[in-house]
Ligand binder design. Sequence first.
Ligand code: FUC
Length: 740
Amino acid sequence: MNREMKTRTIWNRAGWICLLLSLWTLTCMGAETTLWYDKPAVSWEKEALPIGNARLGAMIFGGVEQEHLQFNESSLWIGDEHDTGAYQAFGDVFVDLKGSKTDSVTNYRRELDLSRAVHVITYNLGGVNFRREYFASHPAGVMAFRFTADKKGAYSGTINLTDMHKGKIVAEGNRLTSTGSLAGYKYEEGSANYSLALNYEAQLLLKNEGGTIHVQDGKLIFDDVNSFILLLDAGTDYLNQRSQHWQGKNPHERITQQIDAASKISFKTLLSEHVADYQKLFSRVTLQLGNAPADNASTDLRLVRYSQGNRELDLETLVFQYGRYLMISSSRDALPANLQGLWNDQIHPPWRSDYHTDVNIQMNYWMADQANLSECFAPYAVWLNSIRGVRKDETKSEFNTRGWTMHGENGVFGGSTWQWVESGSAWCMMNIWDHYSFTGDKEYLRSLAYPMMKEVCEFWQDRLKALPDGTLVAPNGYSPEHGPREDGVSHDQQLIWDVFNNTVKAADILGVDREFRDSIAAQRDKLLKPKIGNWGQLQEWMVDRDDPKDDHRHLSHLVAVHPGSQITLQKTPQLAEAARVSLNARGDVSTGWSTAWKINLWARLHDGDRAYKLIGNLLRLVGDTRMNYHNGGGLYANLFDTHPPFQIDGNFGYTAGVCEMLVQSHAGEIEFLPALPKAWAEGKVTGLRARGNLQVDLEWKDGKLVKAILHPGQDGVFKVRCGDKVGELHLKASTKTIFK
Ligand code: FUC
């Protein structure tokens, strides 16, 4: 071989290697932001994939012969001011494609790209490449589904709209409309009719390119079309105002207008506006754990391998970002994310798919500010504010107090059922205060947060009872969902301390209500305090009778450790040690949400490896959907967290847990890498938020911080810590400070 030929061969080889390497990198890229599968979904709960614009949502099956789009709208609720009612599934769109045979398809792939919030399905059938692209647009207020193929006239079939509440379906032109009322629907058979019944409507518009379409038997028929787009919108006349009896305008006009407006915009523009809007939120946080090549297998296979002990770090990142995706998709400007976020296919969903106040709604929102999605918090505060009047009335008639609280189950009209969870409203106020701590938004504090916090304090001012020595206890409380009703339960005590403590701070910041502020400060200091029991545990009850074998899923007496801040390693080390003893006793196996809480708790106790062990339990592939209160927690193939059944708090709680492992800010200082597990020896995160209106980027190697970059939103003095290294930084708004 002469010299020139030899060089060419080497170049060729190098060229090939480069090309292969870049192809490989390209295919691996996105493994931490893409879910994908090589077959259509069969199970709604375990396999279908969610899209949503916070008000509208759909679960997508991706079938070849029949596409099934099950959809929701967040205000479709039954119930009234006296009964929680339940969140309702809306309906389905079925697209039957003539001549499609699942068995004859090759290269099938359905994927959800979290970096753009776009769901894509591709396959080849008889030499033709088919492609579907779906998304839920927040700016346009509609969901869009496009079907294309690389051969003209490739689509013929039928489109069918169904309605879960037997409404009227009308097919006209290129539009299907369902309308109806929820009158007569009840969550529990045999109970009295609700005094409210919302009216609803859904519209589906078909836009075809080529071919013909016509209406037949209430369906849309399309023949030989080149491509088509479906636009879907739905709504109700729900209004979050008690003074208007919870009902406003019929949604018909708004839906018609939004669908018509969207139909005039090109798909390309609709898509690019959607992606730009979504990325404004999603792109704020990037996370990279380790530098091992991502597993390029389908998501279900990755989860199987992970469950077998191959702890792929990119899957941990993917599930972290999935929590952020689900938050953006289910909570922006409509109602808050419920037990299933926004996605529900039943009219009798598990636990009413409602707002549970003994841990679940609170857990949903732990991550919103930490993971840089502050906007997503707003619906929660707005909802609480809207039901406060109803809650006050019922609280007054039950307890004869000022202020308000709730039962365990809650709906959108203020109705509340099941057991009273007296400290539930105080726990919600912890979220409400935290949102201010993260954002520093004084207008929010003044107009929305403080008035609610004050009322919850008033409830406890009137309700607390003095023991003979003057110690104040909550009477007749309980530790959810656990033990008898009795006085001085730790969970209640800790939450009352928290709401009093935060309200004192809020009154100081706003410079209001001096007398009231002083009275709750004094009462806070007289509250029965956390106690250490005879086996070194943090007592769950006033009486020292905790059972070391008790592995109940609720961790209610540890609320002061997380999400609260009454007990910290820095300020109350002995109580923190007692909390560690209690948490150990509760064990590592439980429901999805309980596992997620344990990750957060171990992170607060600075045990990164233990938190990481719990992450292993949470990212466990589960196949069972039957109710399990003890040991069934994990993920389904679609990465929905499961109790079981599916419950979204575990997804959000996991994302919060990862944040807590990397940055903490609850103890009056900002701590970097407080609970870094050995497995995450190397990594990078950008865009996490800390209390004090601050953004934090971190880079670490060999388990040690390389640098932290702080981006404050306002001027301030911050104490920062990383391990033993402590500093005090004077930061100026909109500047960048590096801490090493
Ligand atoms: C609480 C929990 C249950 C379940 C339900 C929705 O009652 O105790 O485990 O998560 O909420």
